[in-house]
Design a protein around this ligand. Sequence first.
Ligand SMILES: Cc1ncc(COP(=O)(O)O)c(C=O)c1O
Length: 463
Amino acid sequence: MNHLPNSTAARDIATLIHPYTNLDRHMTAGPLVMTRGEGVYVFDDSGKRYLEGMAGLWSVSLGFGEQRLVDAATRQMQALPYSQLFGHRSHEPAIELAEKLLAMAPAGLDKVLFANSGSEANDQAAKLVWYYHNAIGKPRKKKIIARTRGYHGVTVYSGSLTGLPANHADFDLPVGGVLRADCPSHYLFGQPGEGEAAFVDRIVGNLEQLILREDPETIGAFIAEPVQGSGGVIVPPKGYFEKVQALLRRYDILFIADEVICGFGRTGQMFGCETFDIRPDIVTVAKQLSSSYIPISATLVSRPIFEGMLEESRKQGVFAHGFTYSGHPVAAAVALETLKIYEERDTIGHVQRVMPHFQSRLHALAEHPLVGEARGIGLIGAIEIVQDKRTRKSFAAADGIPAMAAAATLRHGVIARAIRDAIAFCPPLIISEAEIDELFDGVRHGLDEALAHARAKGLVSTS
Ligand SMILES: Cc1ncc(COP(=O)(O)O)c(C=O)c1O
C-alpha cells in the first residue's frame, strides 16, 4: 500500500470515514481504490481487474459500462437537472417511473413514494404503517415484527428493524416498537433431527406466540426480505412464507416486503414476492431500480393504505413527509431507463438461462472441506464456512477464516463478500456462463488458500 504523503491512500486516510470498515485497521491498511468498470469487471488504480461477484453492494445489475444510463442522466441534466415533488409540483420522469413500477410490481400496489436509499424506503414504510393505523382509528397497532438476521438499513428506525447485533451495538439501537421473529435458516437454526417442515412449523408457531403475547391489536406490520441478503443469504424453506402470511392475515398484520436486494430479477422472477408467492401490502425497492448508477428508492403501497393517507392528509392539512430528493428527476430518468433495458433485453430471461449454471457451480462448493452449506436461488448465493462439517461448528471469530478466504479470492481477481461465517455471491445480472465459471474458479482458489492456512495452524485436520 502506497502511503506516501499526497498519495491517494494517504489522502483517503486523512479525510474519509469508511462505512462498514474497521476504522482503526484502515489507518494502516489503507483503501483499495477503484478507478473504472466495464461489464462485470472493475479495475483498481494499479490496473488490476476484478470480476465483481457482488455487483457492488448486491446492486449493479447491468454491470459497469451501460452507456444508455449515462445518456439518460445527461439528457435529464440538460433538460431539468432538479425539480421537486413537494407542494403539487411534478415532472415527467417521476410520473413515468411510477407508472412503470406499478405496472411491473406485485399485484395490489397502487401508489409510489420515492426516496433515495433502501434505509429511507423502509423508514418511510414504517411511518406509513403508523400513519395508516392512526387514520383508520387503530392507534395502538404500531409495533413492527422484523426477523433475526434481517437487514433493512441503518437509519435510526430501519437500523432498529435490522436484526444484526453489529448494527445495534453502542449505537443505542433498537429503539422501541420492534419485535423480533426467527430467522428462517434450517441449516443454522434447525434443532438436531428436526426436518425442514417441522422447523417451519416451530418458527411459525413461535411467531404466533409472539403475536399473542404482545397482543395482535398492538402489531401493525411484519417486514421481511424474500431472501435475507446481508444476514448471510438465507433462502427460506418451502412453505414458510405461505404459513407466515396465513398468520398475518388472521391477526390483521400488514406485510412489508423489503425487495431492496431481490427486486428486479435477482431471484429469477421480477420480484422476490413472485418467487415466494408473497402478497404484500407495502414493497420497498432500491439498488437494482437504477442498477445503482444513481441513488433512488421507492415505497409502494396498497390502495387501502393510500386511502388512509388521504384521510390523514385531509385531517392534518398536508402529508408532512418527503425528502428534497424524493423522485429526483435525474435519478428517476436513470431508473426509468434501467427498467426499460430490463424489458427490452429480457434481463429476467437471461437470469433464468444462466442461473442453473450459477447454482450448480455454487452447490459444487459444498464438497469443499471448509464448506458446511451452499445455498442460493437465482443469481444470489452463499457458502457457510465451517471448521467441522459434521457438527457445523464454525471457526472462532479471531481465526478470521471466512475473511481470509474472501481476501484470497480477491487476490485471484474475484470480489466476494465475507459476512460473518458465510461468503456471499451476487454478480451483475448480465453475467455470462463463462464469467460464472471465472467467479467460482476464483472462489475455489480462495477457499484452497484458506484451507491451507487453517491446516498449517492446526485448526482443521490434514486428512
Ligand atoms: C434488503 C435491504 N434492505 C435495505 C437496505 C438498505 O439500503 P441502503 O444501504 O440503500 O440504505 C439494504 C442494503 O444492503 C438491503 O440489503
